[in-house]
Design a protein around this ligand. Structure first.
Ligand code: ZN
Length: 242
């Protein structure tokens, strides 16, 4: 069966002298694994369509017997304008999340739109808002994937959200109150900026402007949460390079 779909390139790996395996998040098919024969040849336009972070229209032969399909055509629809180091690093965190957390061949249009929106919003020169955008992408992606962290009440003792819940427990899956946070192992104390950002997200699906250091600490907390809940898959690692 020959299929055509828009796809965001998440990762590519060398497969043979001339071919690559390309992991994409496609609009209709979810995360797919494609073999792109000949894509390692120099000056291959086909190969150039598979730079990570690119949105391409791909045509592929869907295999019935395995999850490895064969790409036959690809055309770039969009790619980041600016390949500055900071922007690439932020985008690589988002691409890694989709690569490691999205189940294979499970359509997820909300995640596709979220990832494309984030890539396009940060595709120009890095500015002060890009770290905040990455945290918003990450929180929305957790929702897209069905891993919403619990932000309403202490996940250990049940104390309501009106109380301060300044600790995060990756094991319990969200916020816990201070006494529980101190008592349980594996919890992280949040600072004021982090807990107010999570509260604003919970109440209004919005974030205040976060400075890069605060954004990074929040991303580390959310990564530990996701790594705890995505069992049996390789752990997210890119956040540590921010
Ligand atoms: Zn508690």
């Amino acid at each position: 069966m020959i299929l055509r779909d828009d796809a965001i390139v998440l990762k590519r790996q060398n497969w043979s002298e001339t071919s690559r395996i390309v992991h994409v998040l496609s609009r209709r098919g979810g995360r797919l694994k494609l073999v792109a024969k000949g894509s390692r040849k120099l000056k291959s336009r086909f190969g150039a369509s598979f730079e990570p972070g690119t949105l391409a229209q791909v045509v592929y032969y869907a295999s019935r017997s395995s999850d490895l399909h064969t790409a036959s055509e690809a055309a770039v629809l969009w790619r980041p304008r600016c390949e500055d180091f900071d922007g690439s690093l932020l985008r690589s965190v988002a691409l890694e999340l989709a690569y490691k957390a999205a189940p294979v061949e499970t359509p997820n249009l909300a995640l596709f739109r979220n990832l494309l929106g984030f890539l396009q919003a940060t595709g120009g020169p890095a500015d002060g808002s890009h770290h905040t955008r990455l945290v918003a992408f990450f929180l929305l992606a957790l929702n897209n994937l069905g891993y919403d962290p619990g932000l309403d009440r202490c996940l250990s003792c049940g104390k309501a959200a009106s109380a301060a819940l300044p600790w995060f427990s990756a094991v319990n899956g969200g916020l816990v109150c201070a006494p529980c946070g101190r008592r349980l192992s594996g919890t992280v104390a949040l600072d004021g900026a982090q807990s107010s950002a999570l509260r604003l997200w919970r109440d209004r699906r919005a974030l205040p402007d976060l400075d890069p250091a605060c954004a990074k600490r929040l991303l580390e907390v959310l990564t530990s949460f996701l790594n705890h809940h995505v069992s049996g898959r390789s752990r997210l690692a890119c956040v540590r390079y921010l």
